[in-house]
Design a protein around this ligand. Structure first.
Ligand SMILES: [Zn+2]
Length: 254
């Protein structure tokens, strides 16, 4: 038995994997992140888990969290009674997308509170020196302040915190289709097209609360606008709120 954990900006989702995945629990991040090890150690005992995989919404270099723009960390420390793997949440998403959709080379993009992305090359997560794939913090112009401390990053224009700051309702934007009329959607598509040109993946897979609810055909049409005709990756959405937690389990098994 392995436990997979998704520590996101809003919720902590936990799944268990034995022969298949099952949802264990969901907790609000705000109330539980400071005592995550206590919570996980209790679950490890209850489920007799041998290891834990944790997908974390932050920048992780060699197993250490170096920045988490969307989570209040205070004195976050992790002492678990079993071995664990700590990785970026978008990396976990990309690994799960590769596993479930069968693409060996892909870019996974999660759009929720912020924008994360993970790269899978030949079936393995590509990390570079640890932070590879931070598409949400690409400079796209302007002077808006980002949660990371930078300015003019993609996240400043597209994604949960940016919409909220401008009193835009993300779900309403998606449901009404108005999201595709925003100049900010264009910014997203240009960044994705640039990433495709850099990596030439088989597919780009969108996840997260906002990303997974976008229309595949519209995404494809708009991303292709900015690509040379030689680049035609599949553009997919993966609507599974537990994808990061499941990917975190896979991180342990790899
Ligand atoms: Zn930023």
């Amino acid at each position: 038995m392995i436990l997979g954990v998704d520590v996101g900006g809003t919720n902590i989702d936990i799944v268990a994997f034995e022969k298949d995945f099952s949802h264990v629990a969901t907790y609000p991040t705000r109330d539980y992140v400071a005592k995550l090890d206590k919570l996980l150690n209790e679950l490890v005992e209850r489920y007799q888990a041998k290891a834990v995989g944790i997908g974390f919404a932050g920048w992780i270099r060699r197993g250490k969290i170096i920045k988490a723009p969307n989570i209040k960390l205070n004195d976050f420390k992790l002492k678990l009674d079993v071995p664990y793997v700590l990785d970026n949440d978008a990396n976990c998403f990309a690994l799960y997308a590769s596993h479930v959709l069968g693409f060996k080379n892909l870019i996974g993009i999660t759009i929720g509170t912020g924008i994360g992305s993970g790269i899978v090359v030949d079936g393995k997560v590509y990390r570079g020196e640890g932070l590879a794939g931070e598409i949400g913090h690409w400079f796209v112009g302007g002077n808006e302040i980002c949660t990371c401390g930078g300015r003019g990053h993609l996240e400043c224009y597209f994604g949960g915190w940016s919409f909220k700051k401008r009193s835009l309702n993300a779900i309403e934007l998606v449901e009404s289709g108005r999201i595709y009329e925003l100049e900010d959607f264009e910014k997203l598509c240009i960044c994705v097209a640039n990433a495709v040109t850099l990596l030439d993946p088989e597919a780009v897979v969108f996840g997260g609360r906002i990303g997974s609810s976008l229309n595949e055909r519209t995404l494809k049409e708009r991303i292709y606008r900015y690509l040379m005709s030689e680049f035609r990756p599949e553009i997919k959405t993966l609507n599974d709120p537990l994808a990061v937690a499941k990917g975190a389990c896979l991180m342990v098994m790899k």
